[in-house]
Ligand binder design. Structure first.
Ligand code: IMP
Length: 201
């Protein structure tokens, strides 16, 4: 069975490779890059849309190969913003916004609330699609966002996110620390036994 990641996000690809010890190929290596319309209203719905789309396209292209497609839909939520940006994290500053645009928009929004820090949490929904059916698992990481960027590791909102129990941002802590505490790491810990069970069927 061939493991394929239904994501073009280089930060996610790097983290999945680290968490799964390298054995996953990004879908763009097999299908080229293309946009998937994520119009679900939950992280789980969007993760399933991505994994199903890639699974179907791979099946059309190579019907003789058994694929196991894994996707991740994730984002950051602030209770003081009623859960925003949430499922809209990738386009918080508008369609086509860069990760930096989104990051600075969130800093600006927190500042407009006259706050220097605010509680926040990351959610990751990981979907697994194969000929044996569909699975979705979740993971969360809680902490605070601050109103200035610190550090240059990680991706997305990591330069402003301080996980509970730490006093540095994820962009200061780096991938090794993040892997042990992250929403994606936790969701993947639940996904791993499912992936192994499906691969050994
Ligand atoms: P998706 O690729 O549609 O799931 O969008 C995920 C969005 O949430 C992107 O804007 C990411 O920057 C952000 N995001 C998700 N996970 C993380 C993370 O671990 N660190 C920083 N930003 C993240």
């Amino acid at each position: 069975m061939q493991l394929v990641l239904a994501s073009g996000n280089s930060g996610k690809i790097r983290e999945f490779r680290q968490l799964l010890e390298g054995e996953i190929q990004p879908f763009s290596d097999l299908l080229g890059a293309f946009e998937i319309v994520e119009d679900g209203d939950t992280f789980a719905a969007n993760a399933l849309i991505k994994a199903r789309t890639i699974y179907e396209r791979l099946g059309e292209k190579n019907p003789s190969i058994d694929y196991l497609v894994i996707s991740d839909d994730s984002g950051i939520s602030l209770p003081i913003l009623n859960g925003a940006p949430g499922i809209y994290s990738a386009r918080y500053a508008g369609e086509g916004a860069t990760a930096k645009d989104n990051l600075y928009k969130l800093i600006q929004t927190v500042k407009e609330k006259k706050l220097q820090a605010a509680p926040a949490y990351y959610t990751a929904a990981i979907a697994i699609v194969s000929k044996y059916g569909e699975y979705v698992v979740h993971g969360w990481m809680y902490g605070d966002v601050v109103d200035e960027t610190r550090g240059d590791k990680g991706f997305g909102y990591d330069p402003i996110f301080i996980p509970d129990g730490h006093n540095k941002t994820l962009a200061e802590l780096g991938d090794d620390v993040k892997a042990g505490i992250s929403h994606r790491g936790k969701a993947l810990a639940l996904a791993k036994p499912i992936i192994n069970m499906l691969r050994n069927k």
